[in-house]
Design a protein around this ligand. Structure first.
Ligand SMILES: [Zn+2]
Length: 499
């Protein structure tokens, strides 16, 4: 595979660089996951879908990828985690009279469901912040030992001025901010007076009396600063430096900038070599904003239950819509654009079905047609190797859609290209649509009914076996045999397939 030519736009250098993993064919990738105190937003979904395609393409290119995406389950207040006030998860817990971990579980489940609906692959490891408090306390100790953090009233702050003195040119490089703009965007914070310098940030926060989530530490009973979990969990599972660190553009500062400062402060090296950032989502040309009514949640997008939409759109049409724009460009959602995407997606999937129904027969080969098809197939790789350019990859696939449709119109028999060229076309479609772009045919209503009925039959069979009701379980077995349906009992339950 042409993996050696893969280029990635590195936010650190602001250029496309040839991707050279630290330890090929292994690749470590860390993406900042959701904070689980509310339903996942569409903007977050876009980020995770973008990195899902990165993950899929790296694997397709032959890399062995360890993909780590965290769950932030100890809440934070925007960029102002420094302050010792109530975190978002704690606040929700109090409002709903639930345990903080109930809030975490509820929204983690919802997040996973949404990721499944969008057909994103689960990460290799999904660590939680609360599961790594011990490691976070250890990193704070290391930073203090290295003289780059100080303790004030039970909280610990990273000493940005000492850091800049020790590692000149590091702090601010990622976000491109100069010294004066590197303060965490804080308003009048009560702890501002605790800091030696306004740009210093908390790596351990002393918990106020009524704070629900807190842990013991050498400095106070408290909780880690928000940026710390990613510094700790990324390098724990991927080593340092690892290959790719990703996240939404809004995380560049302060989150990622501070992560870099923490890792340097603890062990003297950068956490990762390539920093990738996904761009923002707009709605009708403007920033999404709930208070202005210019916002839509993923569920509303599917149901069409929003004044901004004329109808609902399937998750796969939405995924296709997102992939039509490069991950580093802003994506403008509108009802009209979604309608166009829905049509485009259907055209692509119809051609995909048609392609596998085409029959080859020997005839006189049209050289230029064959060259055109091969070139469009190869272009899919060229575009993905160019910083994961999904819109251009889709454009190449649509060049092929046009060809496929002419074959269909010509009676579904292909005779002017070689059998090998037809097979290459089929393979390219299958690999790029399914494996790389993660698009799949929507289940029809009939398929959903069959799935539901099979689930019911499997449940009844299970119960009858437990109750030693052999006549029922035999009847199910015999009937399914007649229908040539095979059941397979596995670790994750019973699955079925048509023989
Ligand atoms: Zn993070």
């Amino acid at each position: 595979m042409q993996s050696n030519e893969l280029k990635i736009f590195n936010t650190l250098s602001r250029t496309k660089e040839v991707f050279k993993p630290v330890n090929a064919p292994f690749v470590g990738m860390y993406v900042c996951g959701p904070t689980v105190y509310s339903n996942v937003h569409l903007g977050n979904c876009r980020t995770f879908i973008s990195f899902d395609v990165v993950y899929r393409y790296l694997m397709h290119a032959g890399f062995k990828v360890r993909y780590v995406r965290n769950i932030t389950d100890v809440g934070h207040l925007t960029g102002d985690v420094d302050i010792g006030s109530e975190d978002k998860i704690g606040k929700m817990a109090r409002l709903q009279k639930l345990e903080p971990m109930e809030i975490v579980q509820q929204y983690t489940n919802g997040f996973h469901d949404m990721m499944r609906v969008f057909n994103t692959l689960p990460p290799s490891i999904e660590p939680t912040a609360t599961g790594h408090i011990v490691e976070q306390v250890e990193m704070v100790k290391e930073i203090i030992d290295n003289g780059l953090a100080y303790v004030q009233n039970g909280s610990v702050y990273l000493d940005t001025q000492a850091f800049i003195g020790k590692y000149p040119g590091v702090y601010g490089k990622l976000s491109g901010k100069d010294q004066d703009n590197l303060q965490t965007e804080t308003r009048a914070l009560k702890n501002q007076s605790e800091k030696k310098h306004p740009s210093d940030f908390a790596i351990w926060v002393k918990a106020p009396e009524d704070h629900l989530m807190h842990w013991p530490s050498p400095w106070s009973t408290g909780f880690p600063g928000w940026h710390l979990e990613c510094s700790v969990m990324s390098t724990k599972y991927l080593g340092s430096p690892f290959d790719i660190h990703g996240g939404g553009m809004d995380l560049q500062f302060p989150h990622h900038e501070n992560e870099i400062a923490q890792n340097f402060s603890a062990c003297g090296c950068a956490p990762s070599n390539y920093w990738m950032h996904g761009n923002m989502l707009l709605m009708n040309g403007k920033k999404m904003s709930k208070s202005d009514g210019n916002s839509v949640m993923p569920e509303e997008l599917f149901s069409g239950d929003s004044p901004l939409l004329t109808k609902g759109y399937s998750p796969m049409a939405v995924r296709f819509f997102m992939l039509q724009t490069h991950y580093r460009s802003t994506l403008d959602i509108s009802d009209g654009a979604l309608q166009a995407a829905e049509k485009g997606f259907k055209r692509l999937m119809d051609a995909y079905k048609t392609l596998f129904a085409l029959k080859h027969s020997d005839g006189s080969i049209n050289e230029s047609e064959e060259v055109e098809i091969t070139a469009a197939c190869d272009a899919c790789y060229t575009h993905m190797n160019d910083d994961f350019n999904t819109p251009m990859t889709l454009a190449s696939l649509f060049t092929l859609v046009n060809k496929i449709n002419t074959y269909k119109d010509g009676g579904s028999v292909v005779s002017n290209i070689s059998q090998a060229a037809l097979e290459k076309l089929q393979q390219t479609f299958k690999e790029f649509i399914e494996d790389v772009l993660g698009l799949k045919e929507e289940a029809s209503t009939d398929d959903k009914i069959v799935d539901g009925l099979m689930e019911l039959i499997i449940d009844i069979r299970q119960e009858s076996r437990i109750n030693k009701d052999w006549s029922t379980s035999d009847k199910i077995r015999d009937t399914l045999n007649e229908l040539e349906v095979q059941l397979k009992d596995g670790k994750e339950g019973t699955s079925w397939s048509k023989l």
